[in-house]
Design a protein around this ligand. Structure first.
Ligand SMILES: Cc1cc2nc3c(=O)[nH]c(=O)nc-3n(C[C@H](O)[C@H](O)[C@H](O)COP(=O)(O)O)c2cc1C
Length: 191
């Protein structure tokens, strides 16, 4: 028995760096304290698996955090009239300066299509707009099933990432996240 445990211990990661190297996806979210954006991000971690995914609040995240993953998922809610969450106002400059040109990137945005139909999920639109390497973006999502007049996050008939509406379509959030994560696993080539 002792010999088995001793042998098996060689198969396990034995330091933080090795454990970290298994985590390939960084989810960076900015939204209200423990709000809808955070909850969506947490649900994505569960779908991908905690061993593969790490969660970062953009309020505390650094350039080094962005640079250590192969895949980045960036989420913001929309505030003001069509603005990113305020925590993203600082972090967007960090993102633009970071060396992330080799990474696949996916976006998600929270919004409210009933109260803000002319700026629906515009925070996500701004993050996309500021990304220097748009060709690396995956995870585009159909606009079918939403009702709004205008969104800066719409491009060629799709959203530039997953649009979630916890205010007027909360019943669809779980299903949308599950489907989008399955899509990302294929686009990230994780299957
Ligand atoms: C003051 C205020 C402004 C908002 N502006 C927008 C907006 O322009 N577009 C939009 O789609 N949603 C807007 N929303 C809705 C939020 O994005 C939505 O409630 C979101 O789920 C909040 O997520 P959070 O709690 O993680 O920050 C706004 C909400 C508030 C309270």
């Amino acid at each position: 028995m002792f010999r088995f445990i001793f042998a098996a211990s060689f198969l396990l990661p034995d330091n933080d760096e090795e454990i970290h190297n298994m985590v390939k996806i960084g989810i960076f979210y900015g939204g209200s304290q423990k709000g809808s954006t955070y909850k969506a991000a947490e649900s994505m971690v569960n779908h991908f698996g905690k061993d593969k995914t790490a969660l970062h609040n953009v309020n505390e995240a650094t350039r080094e955090d962005l640079e250590k993953y192969d895949y980045l998922i960036l989420g913001t809610s929309a505030w003001g009239i069509g603005e990113m969450h305020q925590d993203w106002e600082r972090f967007i400059d960090v993102l633009v300066e970071a060396s992330i040109d080799q990474k696949k990137i996916a976006l998600f945005g929270l919004g409210d299509q009933i109260e803000y139909p002319e700026s629906f999920v515009d925070g996500m639109g701004t993050v996309f707009c500021r990304l220097p390497f748009k060709e690396n973006v995956v995870g585009f999502w159909p606009t079918k099933g939403y009702s709004f007049y205008f969104s800066t996050a719409e491009k060629d008939g799709n959203f530039v990432g997953l649009a979630l509406d916890e205010d007027s379509q909360p019943e669809l959030t779980g299903e949308r996240i599950a489907k989008w994560v399955a899509q990302l696993k294929a686009e990230f080539k994780l299957n």
